[in-house]
Design a protein. Sequence first.
Length: 78
Amino acid sequence: MTTILKKWGNSLGIRIPTIMAKDLALEDGSEVEVVEEENQIIIRKKEKPGLDFFLDQINETNLHTEVDFGRQEGNEVW
């Protein structure tokens, strides 16, 4: 597919065809990563890290102990 670069302020902008944007679930405001590799421009959808990513970050140095918030109040169930 061919598209044309357009001036956008001091930069150049590229339009992503609607069908591609829909296929990749991109919308106005979506974050993408732009990389220059071997004379190519690569645009990748930036994925938000999920729970597995954050769980993988837990280790002995950042693992904290249980916190005691005191006795039961009201209708709380412990």
